[in-house]
Design a protein around this ligand. Structure first.
Ligand SMILES: *Cc1c(COP(=O)(O)O)cnc(C)c1O
Length: 373
């Protein structure tokens, strides 16, 4: 291999310093920056690829399927999946998991109608377009949940086609969780026999299982599939996630491909063999108890941020189960410096594991200074 040029060395050094500084100040996005996967660095020297189905061996052997299956096992237990009754894979992120859930729903119910709320992640409408699925947008409440009255009324009018519900388990702006048991009750009350429910649990899928009395969202609550991001709560140097679905549904659409000797059940062909190692190491290091502690800390920091902001005269609030703190958008200098996303005049910060009380204090001081620190 040729040596790297010294000017390129320098550019990478500069980039690294800048990114490390930015990561430290990042409070507006759900990306945990507090992780250490150093034991995995040597795997970057291998052409890892988990092409195809994680449960079916491939003729390409440089992969981490066995570890991927352990990751899936962990998430299956976490989400009360029926034992041996679910299938899934490590995705490139929450978006792919949602796309997969919708794809499966479409294969099962080609005549189905998708329902999702106004607060649904922006990527979902693109996925619906890609899949060519008909959909109806349902109103959401001030707290960000799907409006159940509007939902029930709209489904009632379209009773002749199977409803496919894209439920939010932690909306992007307010971390609101749709009332999954109520959605199921509504479908039952309308005597609907064919339906599908996918949970977009990108962020909250790694929060709610660790809280007592949290809103139910998983397979036990009536989900047919769910998608959770790996780079959000857990934290990862590469975007990743997990999708899980009921196996009996997956089996109806699977097909085999001779070229890779595996089943072409996943959306993409080649898949990261590195991401499963990241998730596996995090799971082995923290375990359920570790994640419970991490989540509890984040919620305490979020509660602290609400208090400090309110002390500063800012009308901040959050859902009791949420690490997302919602408040009116501050000055542009503040949102720029702290990488805070703004939507229709509303801003939020996320108390991810790397967001300390000191960071919150610094941010609140900047807001008090009115964007002129
Ligand atoms: C982040 C997010 C997504 C997209 O997940 P990616 O991992 O970024 O692809 C989808 N839905 C919600 C609610 C999210 O917060």
């Amino acid at each position: 291999m040729p040596e790297m040029k010294s000017e390129d060395h320098q550019r990478l050094d500069e980039l690294y310093e800048r990114l490390r500084d930015e990561a430290r100040r990042s409070v507006g996005y759900p990306a945990n920056a507090a992780f250490d996967y150093a034991p995995l660095s040597r795997f970057l020297g291998l052409p890892l690829n988990n092409v195809g189905d994680p449960y079916v061996p491939s003729t390409y052997h440089v992969g981490t399927r066995e570890f991927e299956r352990e990751v899936l096992e962990f998430f299956s237990e976490l989400t009360h999946a029926p034992s041996n009754g679910t299938w899934g894979y490590v995705t490139s992120g929450g978006t792919e998991g949602n796309l997969y859930g919708l794809y499966l729903a479409r294969e099962l119910h080609p005549d189905g109608m998708v329902y999702c709320s106004e607060e649904t992640h922006y990527s979902v409408s693109k996925s619906l377009g890609v899949l060519g699925m008909r959909h109806i947008m349902i109103k959401s409440t001030a707290g960000g949940q799907i409006d159940l009255e509007d939902f029930a009324e709209t489904v009632r009018i379209h009773r002749d086609v199977p409803p496919i519900v894209m439920a939010n388990v932690g909306t992007t702006m307010k971390e609101a969780v749709d009332d999954i048991p109520a959605i199921r009750r509504i479908l039952k009350g309308l005597a609907i026999t064919r339906s599908y429910l996918h949970c977009d649990a990108a962020l909250s899928g790694m929060i709610l299982p660790f809280l007592d009395g949290a809103p139910p969202f998983d397979f036990a609550a009536g989900a047919d599939s769910l998608s959770i991001s790996g780079h959000k709560m857990i934290g990862s140097p590469v975007p990743c996630g997990v999708v899980l679905a009921r196996r009996k549904n997956v089996d109806r659409v699977a097909r085999s491909v001779e070229y890779v000797g595996s089943l072409d059940t996943t959306l993409t062909g080649s898949r990261s063999g590195f991401a499963p190692l990241v998730l596996w190491l995090a799971i082995r290091k923290h375990g359920r108890e570790g994640f419970r502690r991490i989540v509890r800390n984040c919620l305490e920091t979020a509660a602290y941020a609400v208090e400090r902001l309110r002390d500063a005269g800012v009308e901040a609030w959050r859902h009791p189960h949420a690490v997302t703190v919602v408040f009116p958008a501050p000055e542009r200098q503040v949102t720029e410096k702290w990488q805070i996303a703004v939507n229709e005049g509303t801003a939020h910060i996320l108390a991810m594991p790397h967001v300390t009380r000191e960071r919150v204090d610094e941010l609140v001081a900047d807001i008090r200074a009115g964007g002129n620190p």
